[in-house]
Every structure is written in structure tokens, then in C-alpha cells.
Write a protein that binds this ligand. Structure first.
Ligand SMILES: *[C@@H]1O[C@H](CO)[C@@H](O)[C@H](O)[C@H]1NC(C)=O
Length: 244
């Protein structure tokens, strides 16, 4: 589905609630006056399809970086290997040491900056600052692949010191585990949503939203994604504040 269609859908949903809520306002003779009503705990999840031709170069870049990295590491488990690959990419300056020189990686960051700006403005009525956009940080995650011992799993976590987070899916083998979101403001059973990623799409969510990736078994293809954080405070995105 095209992003615009998704957004019109979401907007029409908000508008529907608006209409419903104001359909029968209390008459002036009523014994009460409505001061305000809010949808508390709404949680945004947006999906975008990418138009730039970045998918194949990003698959190649991730596999090349990962296969160069593996011999240098001494992992006890895939989860530790994943953490080590992440740490190899982080520099104290917040720039990605591994993909710094890659033009497609730069293009991914530019697309992410646009998607983050759009999402912040559209749903939270906030403009990202230049400082936030300059601090946008992305890294690659590679899992699964031909090694029969290899499988991906990421236990539940949030992204600290960030406003919005996003994942670009460069290559998702079939079958592949979904990314599952759990709103920490509700119970585990009622506030859970599994998103099945598609190739060449971006999913955007508030950084405080806890998520995990279930086990993806080894397969001929790697599971390749790039995650990005927009720095800032969790508070900016804790409540959509939709006025009914
Ligand atoms: C995604 O692309 C990979 C090739 O990079 C392909 O093997 C896989 O089947 C695709 N996944 C889906 C769900 O289309």
C-alpha cells in the first residue's frame, strides 16, 4: 500500500472518531459540560515503501561488512554476535564506523531523515531540530544466513535517548519472524502487535515502544535490516494527544 493511502486511512479514522464524539453534543440544558476528552495511550506505527534504489546495494554492503566482521569476533551465541556487530559500527562521535563511506548508506539516512521529519510533524506536531537530524544514527543487523547454527533473536528492548526509531528491511527471507511490539503502558496480552516486515519498506515507531524479534531459523538468505534512531526525549512521542 502506498504511504499516502495509509495516512489518509489513518486520518480518516481520526476524523471518524472526531465526528462520532461530537455527533451528539450535550444540549445546553444538560447538567454537565465536557471540558476535554483524549485518546490516551494511542501508539503510532507507520509503514513506508522506499522509492530510492537502495535495496540491492544495502544488501551487498551489509553482507560484505558482516562476513568481514565474523572472523574477528569470538561469539558464544548469535545474540552476542549481533551485539558485537552493533558495537563495531558505533563510534564515540556517533558516526557509523563501518558504513561511513558508503553512499547508499548516506542515502538511507537521508530517506530516514525525511520519514522521521514527516512522522514527527504529521502525528506529533513537532519539527525536528537540525541537531536532532544531524545526530540521526543508523546501523545494520544481519541474522540467519547459510550457517545452520545461525538464527536471529532479539529480546524485548526499547531505544534510549531517542524520539522515533525506524527499521529499513533490505532482505527478509521467507519464513521470517515478525517484529512484535508491546506497549509497556498496558498488559502484555492486550497491547501486543506483530508486524510482518516486507522487503524495501520502513517501519517507524516511538522509541519507547518495546519490541522484540522472534527466532528466524537459518536459511540460504540472510535477514538484513538497518535500524535508525532520531535522538531526543521519549516524552515527545509518549502521547499522540489527539483531541476528540
Ligand atoms: C526479499 O528479498 C530476498 C532477496 O534479497 C528474497 O530472497 C526474499 O524472498 C524476499 N522476501 C519477500 C518476503 O519477498
Amino acid at each position: 500500500m502506498r504511504p499516502l493511502l495509509l495516512f489518509s486511512l489513518l486520518l480518516s479514522l481520526t476524523q471518524t472518531s472526531y465526528t462520532t464524539a461530537s455527533a451528539s453534543p450535550p444540549s445546553s440544558s444538560s447538567s454537565f459540560t465536557e471540558v476535554s476528552s483524549k485518546l490516551l495511550w494511542s501508539t503510532l506505527l507507520s509503514t513506508f515503501e522506499v522509492h530510492e534504489p537502495i535495496q540491492i546495494p544495502l544488501v551487498d554492503a551489509a553482507i560484505s561488512a558482516y562476513t568481514h566482521f565474523i572472523p574477528k569476533s569470538n561469539p558464544n551465541s548469535d545474540a552476542i554476535l549481533g551485539d558485537q556487530f552493533y558495537l563495531a559500527q558505533v563510534s564515540p562521535q556517533g558516526t557509523n564506523k563501518v558504513f561511513q563511506q558508503d553512499p547508499t548508506f548516506t542515502q538511507l539516512k537521508e530517506t530516514m531523515a525525511e520519514v522521521f521529519s514527516y512522522t514527527l510533524q504529521q502525528f506529533f506536531n513537532v519539527q525536528p531540530t537540525k541537531q536532532q537530524l544531524d545526530g540521526l544514527f543508523c546501523w545494520a543487523t544481519v541474522g540467519g544466513g547459510p550457517n545452520p547454527e545461525s538464527q536471529t533473536f532479539h529480546p524485548p528492548h526499547t531505544h534510549k535517548n531517542s524520539v522515533l526509531s525506524a527499521v529499513y528491511y533490505a532482505s527478509i527471507p521467507t519464513p521470517s519472524a515478525p517484529i512484535t511490539f508491546q506497549d509497556p503502558r498496558g498488559s502484555w496480552t492486550s497491547q501486543i502487535h506483530a508486524h510482518q516486515p516486507q522487503n524495501n519498506t520502513i517501519v517507524v515507531f516511538p522509541s519507547w515502544l518495546e519490541h522484540y524479534i522472534g527466532v528466524t531459523p537459518s536459511s540460504p538468505q540472510y535477514r538484513i535490516s538497518y535500524s535508525c534512531n532520531l535522538p531526543g526525549s521519549h516524552h515527545t512521542t509518549t502521547d499522540l494527544n489527539i483531541e476528540l
